[in-house]
Ligand binder design. Structure first.
Ligand SMILES: [Fe+2]
Length: 293
């Protein structure tokens, strides 16, 4: 039985935050900048992120999924270092990316993100735009964008009707193939906080109930999380992961990533999750293991 290993990390919030250009600190960015200088610069640390990526690469995963929030305020000066960072993680063949709300922090950021990271978000057909579809080994990786600019103090996500309709069309034919379907999405499908929620989660869940996927990976909440959603043939696990650059603070755990060992057993899939990250001891270690299917 051949095992395919998928690594998942999220919410890079690449530190340090570069100096904003003149005129960039208006409206929502001004509030975000104050938040960064007061709090977040202490939480997101380069050495934490570097150690996490080094540990991930030492595991030699077959593929790596990154579910958004590469940058912080989507300042123009944040994009070149973020591009350099993802190239250090792996090539577009090895790494799949979807954007987070911080990547579309304000209206000017969305084209900037596509221009910088487009090759990490391309479907196998070469087409741009979401949903994306990439096959790697036995995996079909389906990427959604929930990244939309929002008002100050809001961090909601929205997929939108056109993208949901395209997802519906994409997932139908996939269910008949022997592929392990992984949905990549920045926002979790369920949230305790209305200002952080996915506004059209009900519509997404209806599509998933109709066609199913085998695994959902998300970020956004910066916590370890396992939720289950209804599929046509059983429950679908949805796994969230802490920020890849974060020290432990408040209720939020320190940086971690997940490894999923996926294999075909007879006419079904097995998927085992291993959590690696900063725990009680020094450095990075295995924190938990769970059989998802
Ligand atoms: Fe985030």
């Amino acid at each position: 039985m051949t095992t395919f290993t998928l690594a998942h990390l999220s919410d890079v919030h690449l530190p340090p935050l570069p100096r904003p250009a003149i005129g960039e600190l208006l409206g929502k960015r001004m509030l975000g900048y104050l938040n960064w200088t007061r709090n977040r610069h202490r939480i997101h640390q380069s050495d934490v992120l570097d150690a996490l990526v080094a540990d991930l690469q030492a595991q030699r995963p077959d593929h790596i999924a990154v579910t958004g929030d590469l940058v912080n305020l989507a300042l123009s000066a944040e994009f070149a270092p973020a591009r350099q960072w993802i190239e250090g993680v792996g090539t577009p063949q090895l790494v799949s990316l979807v954007p987070g709300n911080h990547d579309a922090y304000t209206r000017d950021a969305e084209p900037r993100f596509e221009a910088t990271f487009g090759d990490y978000m391309r479907s196998d057909t070469g087409a741009a735009g979401f949903p994306t579809l990439q096959t790697r080994g036995p995996l079909a990786l389906i990427g959604l964008s929930t990244a939309v600019p929002t008002a100050p103090f809001m961090a909601t996500g929205t997929i939108g009707a056109p993208q949901l309709a395209a997802l519906d069309r994409m997932l139908g034919p996939l269910s008949g193939l022997e592929l392990f379907r992984v949905l990549l999405i920045h926002h979790p499908l369920r949230s305790k906080h209305s200002h952080k929620r996915l506004t059209d989660s009900d519509a997404l869940q209806a599509v998933l109930k109709r066609h199913g996927v085998d695994l959902i990976l998300h970020g956004h909440d910066h916590i370890h999380s396992t939720m289950w959603f209804e599929g046509p043939l059983g429950r679908i696990p949805a796994i969230g992961v802490p920020s890849a650059s974060s020290i432990a603070h408040g209720h939020k755990p320190a940086a971690a990533y997940n490894l999923f060992a996926i294999a075909r057993a007879g006419d079904a899939w097995t998927c085992e999750q291993t959590v690696r990250g900063f725990g009680e001891g020094p450095g990075i270690s295995e924190l938990q293991r769970a059989a998802l299917t």
